[in-house]
Design a binder for this molecule. Sequence first.
Ligand SMILES: *Cc1c(COP(=O)(O)O)cnc(C)c1O
Length: 364
Amino acid sequence: MESLARRSILNLNKYVQGTTFEQVKKQYNLDNITKLSSNENPHGPSERAFKAIEEHSKNVSVYPDGSYQDLKERLSKLNNLDVNNIVLGNGSDELIKLLLAAFLNPGEKVITADITFSVYKHACTMMDGEIVKVPLKNFTHDLNGILDAITPNTKMIFICNPNNPTGTIVTHEQVQSFLDKLPSEVIVVFDEAYCEYVSSPNFPNTLEFIRQGYPVVSLRTFSKLYGLAGLRVGYGFAPKEVVDIIEKVRVPFNVNLIGYKAALASLDDTFHTKFSIKENNNGKVYLKNELEKLGLEVEPTEANFLLINVKGDDLKVTEELIKRGVIVRSGSHLGIKGYIRVTIGRREDNERLVEALSKINFQF
Ligand SMILES: *Cc1c(COP(=O)(O)O)cnc(C)c1O
């Protein structure tokens, strides 16, 4: 049957998800598990989202408003961009796919960092594009290296900011200078899934670049800070012309009714988002201190996850942590051997991680 598949599919691998609760529960016979592997909000969504989910559960026999007007208007007001600059997706993962489906011709090139979110490459390959990887510099996107890699065949550049899995950012000033040197006819997509967690004052204001007419797309999501990963709602800001082209390739009701209503409700709860950000900052400091006491090196992060240098076999460390009921992501699966990526959890999650790591003998 393989020969029947579209040729570009032959080069694809299925997405390998981090270990799930159920797998660990079964395999190690544990009932209390701390999942720090997918950067979800450990505090869950807003109570208002729960209420909206309950309230609208009785309406699920009816299609949602396929123009998603209410949510677009809320996002428009909050971000000071026109509703015509907004597109919604079944998670921002879908928006990445839609961007490539809408813009990439076979053989055209997409530039990404060498260590970054895996979905860009997957979506590019599926559309018969060619991925060009520019190595990170000090774990950070090398914007000059990316400029050097551009050819007449380059259509799109993905910059994951903060970068998953390294947690680093490029700054507003760097992006300004980068955009000013960019040849025309290249679209730059900033994947800002973790932007709400950033504390650096130098984080780029990508919406300002869009207002000024740069060919910039800014992708956001309700999966991380807003705690709605299971409902799959992402959104993007872009020039109106870009939005119009994406609208041509999306399926009619790509965002489900419950996700849509929950997203709308969760935008109102700034108490919950502020709380989540504050707890994340506290957890970041706590983990850095405690992990350094154990002799581990922790990379600085602007996101809700940390990259930890375990100075050894990260797969083994990941396995040892799972045995103790803590799920993390091994660097080997993210293209960065010798490290693990851990989501910053609630206080009790972080304590459990530290406790588990303290029990592991790192002399593998
Ligand atoms: C989690 C994540 C997303 C979000 O994906 P959704 O499809 O919105 O859940 C996007 N980009 C990066 C880099 C992420 O880590």
